[in-house]
Design a protein around this ligand. Sequence first.
Ligand code: TXA
Ligand code: MG
Length: 313
Amino acid sequence: MAETGVDIAKAVELLTHDELVAIPTETVYGLAGNALSRAAVTKIFSVKNRPQFDPLIVHVPNLEKANDYVLEIPKHARKLAGKFWPGPLTLLLKKKNIIPDLVTSGLDTVGIRCPDHALTRQLLQALPFPLAAPSANPFGYVSPTKPQHVDEQLGSKIKYILDGGPCPIGIESTIVGFEDSKPVVYRLGGLSLEAIEETIGQVKLMTHSTSNPKAPGQLQSHYAPGKKVILGSIEQLLKTHPHGGVLSFQKDYRVTNQIVLSPSGNLEEAAQHLFESLRAFDKIDADVVLTELVPDQGLGRAINDRLRRAAAV
Ligand code: TXA
Ligand code: MG
């Protein structure tokens, strides 16, 4: 078990000595280390068992600080950051040399994000360096949205978990990059496509990549829990899998092992509960998890993206 608490000074002390600390954000918990230290970044990859070809997101306290780590902030990026930072938006920008190649897996861009969580903002403001932080789960597994989730899987490998309670959004940040200065969404997430397009006009979606993914979050099978997930019509699936657990959006299917994401049909609520629910089935006595898509709008797009990847084998 890792020590868990709200001691910012302790987190600062550990991070300054290249140790890792789990941090709360509005999206999911991150496994944080000094982004400018190769030693700390190497630990992140090894604790997560993450392949080094999968780059890390760098967390900063504000837009001004981002300037220290990137060569330029294009017009559209500035507009998005101005409107949505702090918040669930990661921008892929051309990096300065101060960011180690290890962080970006050798790419010339770095993912930069300013998270919206009081404790973590306080921490970032107290540190003289930015924090590299992937989601605090073993590679390929569902992201953690509560301190207990981090503790269960990585507790023996890290020194401290900064306890910020449950993550209010519950799904990772939306990743936006630029190709010939045209905006491209590489990962759907906590900031809706609609909100982005309202701000900078139409964007290209490139969230699927079978080989050489730009973002391994694009890998078809990712965000998967321990149990097999089957996506389709729950009613039909129950006929062939009568002992399956059910993860539904809104409807009560009247089976024993069932989790309803949002009885009122609210997509924000569904996103908030999604990963915790997928995790819960690992401990429930059901052979498979039967689930269905939610309406493909707002956060529903990101939820559907994660459900499809959880179900991919
Ligand atoms: O909400 C979030 O973004 C959370 C919290 C902790 O901030 N972090 C997170 O990190 O989800 P991670 O490492 O689990 O997912 C980051 C994704 C990966 O799929 C990675 O490949 C992609 O971002 N990524 C990071 N830097 C990139 C870059 N320079 N180019 C392309 N993809 C990048
Ligand atoms: Mg992740």
